[in-house]
Design a protein around this ligand. Structure first.
Ligand code: HEC
Length: 153
């Protein structure tokens, strides 16, 4: 019984923390929600920190894509797309942490910076190409989902 109460309290606190966290960062429309690291992945305690970061990155990329393809005359101000230093997180499988992986991470961050500065479809597709380049060699599982992000500019 005691354990159950503690679990409920913890869960309540966790959900409240997630909600207040997203409220702080989300602009009027709620668009920024997917930008938050309090994504669905974070609610599964078993995911390795890098996997959780990746889920947040995938959510962010989806939000980014939606903003870029939306009507520029009616869309809200561009949300801040936070950099995610995922390569510093512990992965499920530590054998991915080879030099080539860090080089690909660097190329990803460079593309992320560029699309943040100039949010065009071309720059977004270049970012997705960086996701794909790393996933082809280090984690092919989510490639289908990642491929779907391409705007096709
Ligand atoms: C430099 C390499 C690299 C880049 C760049 C990269 N990923 Fe990943 N990604 C990985 C690795 C490695 C994993 C496995 C992480 C783990 O399980 O700890 C992963 C896991 C994932 C997952 C599965 C997470 C889960 O639920 O287990 C998704 C989805 C994902 N990446 C999407 C993306 C998207 C979208 C981008 C680009 C916006 C991206 N990744 C960029 C290496 C990369």
């Amino acid at each position: 019984m005691f354990i159950r109460v503690v679990c409920c309290l913890f869960l309540g606190w966790f959900l409240a923390a997630c909600q207040s966290g997203t409220q702080d960062t989300s602009p009027k429309s709620g668009e920024g929600l997917a930008d938050s690291t309090c994504g669905p992945g974070m609610q599964e305690p078993k995911a390795a920190p890098m996997a959780a970061a990746m889920r947040a990155m995938a959510d962010q990329a989806e939000a980014m894509r939606a903003w870029i393809v939306s009507d520029s005359s009616t869309r809200p101000a561009r949300p801040a797309w936070a950099k995610m230093p995922f390569e510093a997180q512990r992965p499920t499988d530590t054998t991915v942490l080879v030099e080539e992986f860090f080089e690909k991470a660097k190329a990803y961050h460079e593309a992320h910076r560029l699309v943040g500065q100039q949010p065009t479809a071309q720059n977004f597709d270049a970012l997705v190409a960086r996701c794909i380049a790393c996933h082809q060699s280090h984690c092919p599982g989510p490639l289908k989902r990642i491929n779907r992000l391409m705007i096709g500019s």
